[in-house]
Design a protein around this ligand. Structure first.
Ligand code: ADP
Ligand code: ZN
Length: 436
């Protein structure tokens, strides 16, 4: 008999009880790490903090941060907190921002991670009746294995597709009557587009929901995917360092992702000073794994910029919610002194009726930054005359200038000329970095 993965007793706990639970787990976890990870013990010793100094949840602020730098310094096993023989799994980051980082798991850690994913699937209405098509990549990347494990735990029929082979994805959705699709939002958009080309209408597939994450995506992108696939699209967040997807997930409200707070303690800090910011402020997300055995990171700086809210949610869950991350602090482009997030450009493009197929190129010419945005025309508009296309380019440039305050050069390009993504989309080319 599969367990009901809507764990109501935990997910709707009064907030004081959640905090009490976190406090108790934190004290144990700090002791575990101090005793078993010499690297972190040294960091604590340097700060003059001992496990006994952590008496309340707020005392967490006395602990040193961990960043990707530390994980690279300690690669591969320097953060291991249990004997290697107790580990059953290795996963690794996608290496989006540099050398890969590896994470290790005991069976307990794998179970914990998969349960978080099972909660996420349950939160979108998933049950053992569902057919869950997992089109995230499998292998070292955590997307496929995480959702695969979650779907198994829930007792749903799991289709371990991995990413790619879009024709086969569509064939399986149709033949096996998949009801829940899990993949990156950019791949979901691609599958939607490919279905349309095959003449399959949104109402002609059996999908009802999608669980999309692993990369930043906008509300506009959500609406676009919902329309093209005829589903409700839900966000899921996580990172290899904390186990993988499932650290947080959206409920039926589709308004922020509930953090699995019985397993993860979240803080928002000022990325410059490291100071903890009050709820509601935008800053860098920091996670502490409260239960993980093998790779229990304390105060891990994600570089993801985000806002937390503990306002009650109509679904009844009391777990704090995080807004859609705006992107990583290192995704932010500084163009002519202005801070630009790719997501801001995506919002304008979709609002102006373009598809989410675009590429942003930044360069420096004669000491001035340039911003070029390549956007695909829809097949219908491709037939328009040159003067009409000129006009559309000017209008789009105007709309982006209104939002960003800097003027881009728009290039409307032929349909299908921008490469589609089957995993995490790479939409920005910053040539300034290449010149450096
Ligand atoms: P890498 O850091 O190499 O990309 P991961 O595969 O572990 O490795 O990716 C985790 C990162 O992916 C997160 O830190 C975050 O930047 C991004 N991410 C994951 N889920 C989401 C989401 N739902 N929204 C925005 N960004 C996300
Ligand atoms: Zn909710």
């Amino acid at each position: 008999m599969p367990i009901n993965y809507y764990q109501k007793d935990i997910e709707t706990m009064p907030r004081e009880q959640i905090r009490a639970l976190q406090e108790e787990k934190l004290k144990k976890q700090v002791k575990h790490v101090y005793e078993h990870v010499p690297y972190y013990r040294d960091l604590m010793d340097k700060k003059g903090v001992k496990p006994e100094d952590i008496k309340t949840l707020d005392d967490i602020q006395k602990l040193p941060f961990i960043s990707k730098y530390d994980l690279r310094e300690t690669y591969p096993y320097g953060m291991l907190a249990v004997p290697l023989k107790d580990c059953v799994r290795i996963q690794s980051t996608s290496g989006t921002t540099g050398k890969r980082v590896i994470a290790y798991y005991t069976q307990h850690d794998v179970d914990l991670w998969e349960e978080c994913c099972a909660r996420a699937i349950a939160a979108v209405g998933g049950t053992p009746e569902d057919v869950v098509q997992v089109a995230y990549g499998y292998g070292l990347f955590t997307g496929g294995p995480g959702l695969n494990g979650g779907s198994h735990k829930l007792g749903s029929l799991t289709l371990p597709m991995s990413s790619g082979n879009t024709d086969r994805q569509i064939q399986f959705i149709q033949d096996l009557k998949a009801t829940i699709l899990c993949c990156t939002p950019s791949y979901a958009a691609y599958i939607g587009e490919a279905m349309k080309e095959k003449g399959i209408k949104p109402e002609d597939n059996t999908l009802k929901a999608g669980i999309f994450g692993a990369e930043p995506w906008t509300e506009e992108m959500r609406r676009d995917i919902e329309k093209s696939l005829g589903i409700k699209a839900y966000d899921i967040y996580g990172l290899t360092e904390t186990s993988g997807p499932g650290v947080s997930f959206e409920c039926e409200e589709q308004h922020g992702m509930h953090i699995n707070e019985d397993h993860f303690y979240a803080e928002i800090i000022d990325p410059e000073t490291g100071e903890v910011l009050p709820e509601g402020s935008e800053g860098e997300l920091v996670f502490t794994s409260l239960d993980k055995e093998a790779f229990p990171l304390l105060r891990y700086r994600t570089r993801d910029l985000c806002v937390l809210t503990s306002e009650p949610c109509s679904c009844g869950r009391t777990f704090i919610r995080m807004k859609k991350p705006k992107g990583r602090s290192d995704d932010m482009l500084i163009i002519r002194g202005v801070n630009v997030f790719p997501s801001q450009i995506e919002t304008v493009l979709l609002n102006e009726g373009y598809a989410p197929n675009y590429r942003i190129e930044v360069d420096r010419v004669n000491n001035t930054d340039t911003l070029d945005v390549y956007v695909e025309l829809t097949p219908e508009r491709f037939a328009d005359t040159v003067s009409e296309i000129d006009k559309m380019e000017r209008e789009l440039a105007g709309a982006i200038t209104n939002i960003l305050g800097i003027h881009p050069v728009i290039h409307l390009v032929a349909p299908k000329s921008i490469q589609r993504s089957e995993g995490k989309a790479v939409r920005v080319i910053d040539r300034r970095k290449l010149h450096d």
